[in-house]
Design a protein around this ligand. Sequence first.
Ligand code: COI
Length: 355
Amino acid sequence: MSDAIRIVKATTHKPKPKDSDLGFGTLFTDHMFVADFQEEKGWYDPRVEPYGPIPLDPAAAVLHYAQAIFDGLKAFRGVDGKVRLFRPQKHVQRMNHSAAQMCIPPLDPELTLRSLVTLVGIERDWVPKTVGTSLYVRPTIIASEAFLGVRPAKSYIYFVILSPVGAYYPEGMAPVKIRVEEKHVRAVEGGLGSAKTGANYAASLMAGEEAKHEGFTQVLWLDGVHRKYIDEVGTMNIMVKIAGEVITPPLGGTILPGVTRDSVLTLLREWGAGVSERQISIDEVVAAHKAGTLDEVFGTGTAAVISPVGELAYKGHRMVVGGGKIGPTTQKLYDAIVGIQYGTAPDTRGWTLEV
Ligand code: COI
């Protein structure tokens, strides 16, 4: 792909929201990044243009067979006024992992990083200020070829859109109630579970709706074969702290390689805390609760950062976790990550990239 990013500036500008009005994913900035792919040309014409609809043939493969990937990262306005992306290189790397899983041609990592930095740079005034708010960055690739046969498409569109956001869950950092899902599964070994692709989120909708109907925020997914091992929670990675050790399921199968998951594991290891990446059964969680050693349960993800679980419902029984309050490890991890993101704690690991 040619290296030069073409820039077409918007002639009209939307009003910017107040930080206190921000929810998640409803508002979008004035510009977007776009690049095209054709088999014979590779990726070409990288450009920033005014935000708006993307022309798409009704036969476009993405609309029929869901050949698409996305990622999600955030830009923060630090207390020093500087704008920083959190671990953008890791997100670019994950995009290409997802692309490979979905038979989508890889992006050039250097140009992809530049697409994020360039777009956020142009839209820097949209990055909100208050702690807890940020500019959510959504890079996406869709299969655009008009063809109804089932095979990987020969043309694609890469685009990046930006959305000023507040908390993902209206609960914010308040502990959520989660129902252990016994019927539906999110992903199976050998399937798409480790790719950030819309199909995984589509597969989660019915369970999520049923859980909400019963008064829960989300579900805890169990493995697709035995309905035994814990997998993920809602759209997040899951961590449980039992008798002082934080346990999370290993990557390599159905688990999304979360960037917040990686950040949490890195911090815990640096702190010398007990950490283990291994399969953990729901029976082990129930037994720990009975024994009084289920210290904390929390989800990790870019959107919510850390989301404490205050209650787990399984087979009609309700397990209150940590007295329904935010646990000390959950809080310490949240504070550490948010501190780096907003520049109140030093970034000693090169996790942030100033825009
Ligand atoms: C996350 O960032 O935690 C997510 O995966 C949620 C996103 C799909 C809105």
